[in-house]
Ligand binder design. Structure first.
Ligand SMILES: Cc1cc2nc3c(=O)[nH]c(=O)nc-3n(C[C@H](O)[C@H](O)[C@H](O)COP(=O)(O)O)c2cc1C
Length: 369
């Protein structure tokens, strides 16, 4: 890969990725997660309903991260098989990818067994499980040699998943898009606590979109990051440009929480439809029937895939919108993040360590007294 950037066209190629020549020798971060998942960079794209299609997953994996196809976005297990095959066809040789397997609280659950069987039959190397009671499914995937990353929002659940055999945890903090749980604990605390609680590797999920944050997460003990919202604002994300423009325009105050009263809190874009849901919940708490028509996934599928109107539905996004200023390719984003993280790790942080300058000046200062 580095050779690509050493040709005559190198400066143009580099600047098109938002990099400079000096980034060349500083573009690999090796962690337990890059080893476990056999990826180049410790950056994962989490499952996203109506976003996690083959095109995005393959673009992230081809950029050296781990892209994820979202199983339940496909209406049937056979459609998931087609999507997995489409992803494989787009992947460069040797690149792994994942499938997200979300366990929803539902009165009429999908045929999880059939979806899981397709994942195994198609030789998917990594599964991201998320949601309640993953035990049976972690055992099933592990039995078939699939690496399991379990995404959860509490240390208690991370410990359970570790005990059940998960290979890695994705710690989803309160900042995250989608379902942050009911404990309201941010990643600054969750990640630091995970470091002492867990023995398996974990990645930081929620609120991450820059290389400086990647460096911070590694410093806190994580072995990488998982991102949703930031990957929605990429060229390859299969969502309407109107939604990407909204992600760029919004800031960190542009999300709100709905469905708290039904115990299934979701962080979503702050618009009039979300406010309507909140008003109904305030009047009629705990009644999912009263809000179902407004929070249905089909509404935001239309916003994402058809209208591009960010104000016409309730859709997940995270506070990281405050850090999203452009719509790069996945390759540009991943490379920029790794280069920025390395600059922090090798430049900014070491310059702060007392060492010669700090310690010596202190000693010298004291000796003068
Ligand atoms: C539009 C959207 C849909 C999502 N759908 C799912 C899903 O179906 N299953 C899941 O486990 N996580 C889902 N997520 C959560 C992401 O996988 C990831 O955990 C989260 O986005 C991380 O927070 P961030 O957006 O701040 O990076 C979704 C996120 C977004 C933005």
């Amino acid at each position: 890969m580095r050779e690509l950037f050493r040709s005559a066209a190198a400066p143009r190629r580099l600047s098109s990725l938002g990099l400079r020549a000096r980034d060349l020798d500083a573009m690999v971060l090796k962690t337990r997660v890059t080893e476990l998942l056999k990826i180049e960079h410790p950056i994962i794209q989490g499952g996203m309903h109506h976003v996690g299609y083959a095109t995005l997953a393959a673009a992230v994996s081809n950029a050296g991260g781990l892209g994820t196809v979202t199983a339940l976005t496909q209406r049937t297990p056979e459609l998931l098989r087609d999507e997995i095959r489409a992803c494989k066809a787009l992947l460069k040789p040797g690149k792994p990818f994942a499938v997200n397997f979300t366990l929803l609280p539902s009165l009429a659950p999908p045929d999880y067994g059939a979806y899981a069987q397709v994942i195994v039959d198609e030789g998917v190397p990594v599964v991201e499980t998320a949601g309640r009671n993953p035990g049976k499914w972690i055992a099933f995937f592990k039995k078939h040699g699939v690496t399991v990353v379990h995404k959860c929002v509490a240390i208690k659940h991370a410990l359970t998943a570790q005990r059940l055999g998960a290979d890695c945890i994705s710690m989803d903090g309160f900042e995250c898009a989608g379902h942050p749980g009911e404990d309201d604990v941010g990643n600054l605390v969750l990640l630091a606590k995970a470091r002492t609680a867990l023995t398996i590797p974990y990645v930081a999920s929620g609120g991450v979109g820059t290389g400086e944050q990647l460096a911070a997460c590694l410093a806190l003990g994580a072995d990488g990051v998982n991102m949703g919202t930031r990957f929605m604002a990429t060229k390859e994300a299969p969502v309407h440009d109107g939604i990407k423009a909204a992600l760029v325009k919004a800031d960190e105050r542009s999300t709100t929480l709905v469905m708290k009263s039904v115990g299934n809190t979701e962080r979503v874009y702050k618009n009039d439809v979300a406010r309507q849901v909140q008003e109904i919940e305030a009047r009629d708490p705990g009644k999912i029937e009263a809000i179902r028509h407004l929070v249905s996934g089909e509404n935001y599928r239309k916003s994402f895939q058809e209208s591009g109107d960010p104000d016409s539905s309730v859709w997940s996004c995270g506070v990281v919108m405050g850090l999203i200023d452009d719509v790069p390719t996945c390759e540009e984003l991943v490379r920029r993040m790794v280069a920025d993280a390395e600059r922090v790790i090798t430049g900014r942080l070491p310059s702060m360590v007392g060492g010669r300058s700090g310690l010596w000046s202190m000693v010298a200062g004291r000796s003068k007294l």
